[in-house]
Every structure is written in structure tokens, then in C-alpha cells.
Design a protein around this ligand. Structure first.
Ligand SMILES: Cc1cc2nc3c(=O)[nH]c(=O)nc-3n(C[C@H](O)[C@H](O)[C@H](O)COP(=O)(O)OP(=O)(O)OC[C@H]3O[C@@H](n4cnc5c(N)ncnc54)[C@H](O)[C@@H]3O)c2cc1C
Length: 261
């Protein structure tokens, strides 16, 4: 690992001011530190967001839950407010990685990193959430741009995410057992953002499946998805599962999620 400076800003404004050039924001460090150890990232400075208390708050307001970017997966999983308003979101957080990952990893870090197999992007897209940054608000539909790519500009800092409270929602993950990342994960919801089916793990990034959404919008029942096939074109194929296998899992997991919602 290359040497680097380490800064501990006390506010969002200070963090943004420091996050220039080759400096990088660090949240839980669960993705950034391994990539530094592997030599894939060599920031000149780490700007640690851990001292900015405002970034950890979880608020339930009329019709929405707003979660700070530095809320850990464990704090979302254990939040009584999240469990009551959007149980599928608390459950998703409770099943990310292992205990250490959940105690360090954060919502903002997961979204900024946009790993193609991460769980949170499917909830953000599957609920039609809004991502707030230090300078603007980005709709989930405009945020994810593909493999590890997002709409964030250089140095732009996610401050929080607002999730509309759905009528019903559920996340089902077919796990890669070693890492517990999703081989395929499907988040379904019906609510203020319409009927949504968001898939993670299967492609270069999270995506919606319109054919399933259309069927479920007409009739929210597992059998509505029977007979819908998803093309394997462009899906991931690796030692854990072929593209065809992942494609076949999408309607199956959607039916299970709808049945459990
Ligand atoms: C063994 C293991 C298993 C895992 N299993 C799962 C799983 O099952 N499901 C899952 O979804 N994830 C999983 N993860 C990923 C983990 O949950 C973290 O969410 C993820 O690693 C990034 O979050 P972090 O807070 O650690 O971010 P960091 O590693 O600190 O940062 C990641 C990137 O985001 C940027 N960043 C961080 N915070 C912000 C911000 N507020 N604004 C803008 N940019 C920011 C950083 O500059 C960096 O580029 C796993 C990780 C490990 C190591």
C-alpha cells in the first residue's frame, strides 16, 4: 500500500473542500481499503467521514424514510423506525455480508461504490429513492450508470437517501455463499414510485425488468410472473453461475419476493 495523508473533517463542507485531486472519501472502508491493499487505488489522502454526526441520522417523515449516508448496515437493520416503515429495507441490511461488514459498511459507501452484486442499489432503484448529495438530489433512475459507475461527479458527497414508504416490498437474494453478495437479488415494491422490480448481481449494474413490472402492476401476485422470461444477453457469467442461470433466477426470485411481500 502507498502512503497517504489522513484527514478527519467535522462537517460536510470541510470534507468536500478536502476531497479534491487524488484524495478520496472513506466511509466504512470495506471496499476502498481492500482495493488499496490490492494496489487498485492509491489515493493521496483519505478523507474520513466518520466524525460527521449529521451523516448518521435516520428519520421517518410523512411518507418517507431518510437515512444518512454514514448509517451502517447494522444500524439500518436494527432501526425500529426502518423496521416499522420499510421492513424489507431493514431485512436487506441485516443480510449484507457478515457482522464486521455490517458494523463498518455504510449506505453511502455502498451506493458510491456501485458494486454490480451489492444489495442496496436494488432497494434504492426498487423503491424509487432520491439520493441527496452536498450539491443536488439525484433520482435513483438516473444514479446508477453501470459497472462501478454512478452519476456522482468527482468529489461529490452523498449525504443521505430518501426512500418513499411503499405499500409492500420485499428483497430476496440468491447468495454467493462465500462473500454473501448476491448472485442474483431481486427487490420488488408497489407504492408511490409505482410497481418496481429491480435486479442486482445479474448484470453490470442494477436494472429494472419492465416485463415483470407490467405484469405485477396489473395484478400483484406471484402467478402474474409465470411465463415471463428474461433474456440472458449481456448478463454476467462466471464460475458461480452462467448468464442463462442468472436470467432464469430473475422471474423465480421475483415470484418468491411477491409471495412474501
Ligand atoms: C466480505 C464482504 C462481504 C460483503 N457482502 C456484501 C453483501 O452481501 N451485500 C452488499 O450489498 N455489500 C456487501 N459488501 C460491501 C459492503 O457492504 C459495503 O457497503 C461496501 O464495501 C462499501 O461501503 P463502505 O462504507 O465500506 O465504503 P468505502 O469502502 O469506505 O468506500 C467505497 C467507495 O465509496 C466512496 N464513498 C464512501 N462514502 C461516500 C459518500 N458518502 N459519498 C460519496 N462517496 C462515498 C469512497 O470514496 C469509495 O470510493 C461486502 C463487503 C465485504 C468486504
Amino acid at each position: 500500500m502507498e502512503s497517504f495523508a489522513y484527514k478527519t473533517p467535522q462537517s460536510v463542507a470541510e470534507a468536500v473542500q478536502l476531497a479534491t485531486g487524488e484524495a478520496k472519501l472513506i466511509a466504512g472502508g470495506q471496499s476502498l481499503l481492500p482495493s488499496m491493499k490490492l494496489g487498485l487505488a492509491a489515493p493521496s489522502a483519505l478523507i474520513d467521514l466518520g466524525r460527521i454526526a449529521d451523516l448518521r441520522t435516520i428519520k421517518v417523515e410523512t411518507g418517507q424514510v431518510t437515512i444518512g449516508a454514514m448509517a451502517t448496515h447494522a444500524s439500518v437493520a436494527e432501526s425500529a423506525a426502518v423496521k416499522a416503515a420499510i421492513p424489507a429495507l431493514a431485512e436487506l441490511a441485516a443480510n449484507i455480508g457478515d457482522r464486521q461488514v455490517r458494523n463498518r459498511g455504510t449506505l453511502g459507501g455502498s451506493l458510491a461504490n456501485n458494486d454490480p452484486a451489492a444489495c442496496y442499489p436494488s432497494a434504492v432503484l426498487g423503491l424509487g429513492a432520491m439520493i441527496h448529495t452536498d450539491r443536488r438530489t439525484i433520482a435513483a433512475d438516473d444514479f446508477f450508470k453501470g459497472l462501478y459507475e454512478t452519476a456522482l461527479d468527482e468529489g461529490e458527497l452523498i449525504t443521505s437517501v430518501s426512500f418513499p414508504i411503499p405499500k409492500r416490498a420485499k428483497y430476496i437474494k440468491f447468495k454467493q455463499p462465500a462473500s454473501r453478495f448476491s448472485l442474483v437479488g431481486v427487490f420488488v415494491s408497489q407504492g408511490p414510485a409505482g410497481t418496481r422490480v429491480a435486479v442486482t448481481g445479474a448484470g453490470a449494474g442494477v436494472f429494472r425488468v419492465k416485463a415483470l413490472e407490467d405484469k405485477l402492476a396489473t395484478h400483484w401476485a406471484p402467478e402474474s410472473c409465470a411465463g415471463v422470461t428474461v433474456s440472458a444477453d449481456g448478463l454476467n457469467s462466471d464460475l458461480h453461475g452462467s448468464a442463462a442461470y442468472r436470467a432464469a433466477l430473475i422471474p423465480v426470485l421475483t415470484q418468491r419476493a411477491v409471495a412474501a411481500s
